[in-house]
Design a protein around this ligand. Structure first.
Ligand SMILES: C[S@@+](CC[C@H](N)C(=O)[O-])C[C@H]1O[C@@H](n2cnc3c(N)ncnc32)[C@H](O)[C@@H]1O
Length: 197
């Protein structure tokens, strides 16, 4: 990847990993019209004690409010770009948030113990992930029984997946469909890791 302006713009407008050089565009408050951090916290049915993993936080638009909500819990921000993690760390640090960890993903495995999280969430990320099946299986391993994988997709994202595509993908890994919010253009779907009988 280069720092050439045209190259950055091309990557911004096409499929693939979102260029970190454009991270500032993810912090525009107008985004709240489609999905606000407050709304997402409600949709995920988050509790203050939860252990949360966010995949692809970018500069941390949602992470900040989630971290604040988790008064007895913790959020791990896991991104494939170190620059995004640095940006998020700087932002959250300014608000004196300390219940956070930052994890650089390799795009395949996530080096955490089985059943370490109550919630895993991602907003406009899944379409960028190369090996989606392997990631979803990792999420299943990492969630506690009854834990929720919450996936949000928003209009305008060139990598956006349809609810139907996500349902097929997650069902293969053993997830059960939970609540759905929004519409085909902007939505959140919760997938549940059910208890094994
Ligand atoms: C469009 S941005 C969304 C950022 C944030 N979720 C938001 O809505 O503001 C996508 C993010 O996913 C990250 N990403 C892409 N592929 C990834 C992967 N395989 N694992 C972890 N993060 C990934 C990118 O680096 C980028 O920060």
């Amino acid at each position: 990847m280069t720092n050439n302006k045209q190259d950055i713009i091309d990557r911004f407008t096409s499929k693939g990993v979102f260029p970190h050089q454009m991270a500032f565009t993810l912090l525009i408050p107008l985004r709240n019209i489609f999905l606000s951090p407050k709304k997402l916290i409600k949709r995920m049915n988050l509790a203050p004690s939860h252990q949360v993993l966010e995949i692809g936080p970018g500069p941390g638009y949602f992470s900040l409010q989630v971290a604040k909500f988790l008064t007895q819990g913790k959020i791990v921000l896991a991104d494939i770009q170190q620059e995004m993690l640095d940006y998020a760390k700087k932002r959250l640090g300014k608000s004196n948030i300390s219940n956070t960890e930052y994890y650089l993903c390799n795009g395949e495995k996530l080096d955490f113990s089985d059943e370490s999280f109550d919630r895993i969430f991602m907003v406009t990320v899944i379409g960028e992930v190369e090996n989606k099946g392997a990631y979803i299986r990792e999420f299943y391993r990492l969630l506690r029984a009854d834990g929720i994988l919450s996936i949000s997709e928003l209009a305008g994202d060139p990598d956006k997946m349809t609810p139907q595509e996500l349902m097929a993908l997650t069902a293969k890994a053993g997830f059960v469909l939970g609540e759905m919010f929004g519409n085909q253009r902007n939505y959140t779907i919760n997938f549940i890791k059910t208890k094994l009988l």
